[in-house]
Design a protein around this ligand. Structure first.
Ligand SMILES: *Cc1c(COP(=O)(O)O)cnc(C)c1O
Length: 394
């Protein structure tokens, strides 16, 4: 190995010693309640496939038809020759579903955040950012060059204090928050946040990646949940979680969307999402608009699993959504817990720093409408056995 790269080996060794090294497991089946992972059949408690859409027959069929009609590749970026009629149809449909006037789609939720934040603010501006915001928001803020002012997690009072502290020092300001926080499963108090931002003429952006398909009427998301239609300037979304496919979206004011078509760099400089994926996203909206059955089942499953975990004596943190953290503290314990669950036939990943703060390692269980009650009971039994063996519960 070249001496110049020795530092990488040293860093990797340190990660392994501290229980923070990512060991990546490989899946050889479609997404669903059960998976074959590293050759072993296990109950899936890890996917963001909230509604079972990732392998839903209607989505697969629409994708197959689009594949046959359009082929595999987009051929260009959206602004040159990459915009299909399917892209504009998806943009219309997702805007209507969310109850906003306009939407623009991207390759992922990650790129939607990078594109949107960097287009809305620059060097003379300020971003007020929740201290637990997703990495893609943090990177978008850094990329924008704007001054980043963090406010205490989900705290509109602290947000107001930070805005007052900085008044007069900037050209434009935007407040950005996750809707549902992906590691804790709590919900931003968006109604209170809106009261603050509107009083100070600060733009408001929410990242609804874990809210779409989950919160609001039939999964219409956090703005619907708080009945804030027309008040939030921009909503970021992803098609990779409840929608079960891949892609990102910025939705809201037509003015913002038009600006992103001109200045959203991943839209201008990275190729469009392939037709099959776009068609599958449209089919997901079809299914969601027809019935609330899957969203209802997701919540039923989540309530049941969480209540039973609490009865067993586990600490599920502050979650009020189907995201169910099992708080364990130190990263090595969380990793051992995850390994032992896997031996018991349950796939639930340990999450540690830097995804969550030091000392707040956990197992994160993602409940899905694809789980049957029997699946959940099997999972609960495995958690009880491992929890007792490792002294986490009595
Ligand atoms: C997952 C996630 C993203 C990224 O979405 P992708 O489509 O997977 O890139 C962005 N923001 C939040 C809050 C997320 O949870």
């Amino acid at each position: 190995m070249s001496e110049r790269l020795q530092w990488i080996q040293d860093e990797l060794d340190r990660l392994k010693e501290s229980g923070l090294y990512n060991r990546i497991r490989t899946i050889s089946t479609p997404q669903g309640a059960w998976l074959v992972v590293d050759g072993k059949r296990v109950l899936n408690f890890c996917s963001n496939n909230y509604l079972g859409f990732a392998n839903h027959p209607r989505l697969v069929e629409k994708a197959r038809q689009a594949l046959e009609k359009y082929g595999v590749g987009p051929g260009a970026v959206r602004t040159i020759a990459g915009t299909l009629d399917l892209h504009t149809e998806l943009e219309r449909r997702i805007a209507a579903f969310k109850g906003v006037d306009a939407a623009i789609t991207f390759q992922s939720g990650f790129t939607a955040n990078l594109a949107t934040i960097a287009a809305l603010v620059g060097k003379e501006d300020v971003v007020f950012s929740d201290e637990l915001n997703h990495a893609s928001i943090i990177d978008g803020c850094r990329l924008s060059g704007a001054r980043i002012v963090r406010y205490a997690h989900a705290d509109p009072v602290d947000l107001e204090a930070r805005i007052r502290e900085n008044e007069g020092t900037y050209r434009r300001a935007i407040a950005i928050t996750d809707g549902v926080f992906s590691m804790d499963g709590d919900i931003a108090p968006l109604d209170k946040i809106y009261e603050v931002t509107s009083a100070y003429n600060v733009m408001l952006m929410v990242d609804d990646a874990h809210g779409e398909g989950v919160l609001g009427k039939g999964g219409r998301g956090i703005v619907d949940h708080f009945n804030l239609h027309g008040k939030v300037d921009i909503e970021i979304g992803t098609f990779s979680k409840a929608f079960g496919v891949v892609g990102g979206v910025s939705a809201g004011s037509p003015l913002v969307v038009e600006w992103l078509r001109q200045r959203g760099r991943p839209f201008l400089f990275s190729s469009a999402t392939p037709a099959a994926d776009v068609a599958a996203c449209i089919a997901a909206i079809d299914v969601l608009e027809e019935s609330t059955e899957l969203v209802d089942r997701l919540w039923e499953n989540a309530r049941y699993f969480k209540a039973e975990m609490k009865k067993l004596g586990f600490d599920t943190g502050v979650s009020v959504t189907p995201i169910t953290p099992i708080m364990l503290g130190e990263a090595p314990l969380a990793q051992q817990f995850s390994r032992e669950l896997f031996e018991e036939g349950v796939f639930a990943m340990a999450i540690g720093y830097p995804t969550v703060p030091h000392g707040k390692a956990r197992i994160r269980v993602m409940i899905s409408a694809a789980h049957s009650k029997d699946d959940l009971d099997k999972g609960l039994e495995a958690f009880a056995r491992v929890g007792k063996r490792l002294g986490v519960i009595g």
